[in-house]
Design a protein around this ligand. Structure first.
Ligand code: SF4
Length: 339
């Protein structure tokens, strides 16, 4: 439940609205899931809650830790499906990459999740519990979850109601209290959903671009046939931004496919004058794909062409390669559904 939903829920029992804020603090900030321990609630309310509600939660079925500190969690959901999250520690930041769907229907050619097919949307409870698990784990070592990215399994903008509710909880000062700047919704470019979410929450947006031409993008990302580059880039240009902020364009570099200097030049032309920065991601090779990782020289050349074209460009380091940290890989390795 969002804070507002919880307030309405409690008001049906004649309870004050601030009780919802107390509950949020217990659940999300103190990581307490037993109502009996919520000592600033009245005994009567604790009794009512204990007899009719439960704080849902699930531990990770599997935790893998990379030599670089990246942690990957595999969660088994109530119906036997599996999803995964990745926690990436980085110079003061603790970023959790969460899933919003079980599998993904968009079938991007380079993606392990897409290769495994689509099962269902996740509920907001299932999505937020990934953050609860990581936050509790971090609290045990006196660290704090600082950033959340919807970059795990699934397309968040195909599950907007549940993703919006989760975002409300992540941003709430009574729950995770993460600023919108530090919550990033990563989309393949579901154009009609981008603006409503941007107007509802001041989150950051990352859009998977991966090609500067429609013919190539349609091969890599079939969703391009529905929402072609021109519409996607126009939507990125329209997103309201606070001063100094930019929309991120994600670009997975695939050897010999989209990593040439010509591709970089075309990309810089596409983004000319826009408040867009490019995040270059050298492909993480995996068993479900025949694409190959680019040479280091090709990555540098691509970046240099973009920068020369006036486009701010960041190169994301490969993290957790030894624990299959690219989206969908652990789930495939674990078997999608048990039984
Ligand atoms: S890259 Fe993202 S949008 Fe594409 S299939 Fe994979 S999970 Fe879905």
């Amino acid at each position: 439940m969002t804070l507002q939903e919880l307030e309405e829920f409690l008001s049906r029992w004649g309870k004050e609205r601030y009780r919802a804020r107390q509950l949020f603090r217990w659940i999300y900030q103190k990581h307490v899931d037993d109502f009996a321990e919520m000592t600033d609630l009245s005994k009567e309310l604790r009794g009512i809650l204990a007899s009719s509600c439960r704080v849902s939660g699930f531990p990770a079925e599997r935790v893998e830790t990379s030599v670089d500190g990246t942690e990957k969690y595999l969660f088994r959901l109530g119906d036997g499906e599996a999803v995964e999250s990745v926690l990436i520690p980085d110079e003061g930041r603790r970023t959790l990459c969460i899933s919003s769907q079980v599998g993904c229907p968009l079938l991007c050619g380079f993606c392990a999740t897409g290769a495994a097919g689509f099962r269902r949307n996740m509920t907001s409870a299932e999505i937020v519990q990934q953050a609860c698990f990581a936050a509790k784990r971090l609290a045990e070592r006196e660290e704090r979850l600082s950033n959340v990215v919807f970059m795990g399994m699934g397309e968040p903008l195909l599950n907007v109601p549940e993703v919006s509710r989760t975002t409300g909880i992540l941003l709430s000062q009574f729950a995770f209290g993460i600023s919108g700047k530090r919550v990033t919704v990563s989309t393949a470019g579901i154009v009609p959903e981008m603006m409503p979410l941007a107007l509802g929450y001041p989150v950051s947006f990352a859009v998977s671009i991966n090609a500067a031409r429609d013919d190539l993008r349609s091969v890599l990302m079939p969703v391009n046939r529905k929402y072609p580059l021109k519409e996607v880039v126009a939507a990125m240009r329209r997103i309201p931004l606070q001063s100094g902020r930019k929309v991120t364009a994600e670009y997975v570099l695939l050897a010999g496919v989209n990593d040439s200097a010509e591709d970089a030049l075309a990309l810089s032309r596409l983004f000319r004058g826009a408040r867009i920065k490019v995040n270059l991601i050298p492909f993480n090779a995996h068993e479900a794909s025949t694409y190959r990782a680019p040479e280091a020289g090709a990555v540098d050349r691509f970046r240099d062409v973009l920068i020369a074209g006036g486009v701010q460009t960041i190169r994301r380091e490969r993290r957790g390669a030894d624990i299959r940290a690219a989206c969908g890989q652990l789930r495939i390795a674990a078997g999608g559904k048990r039984g």
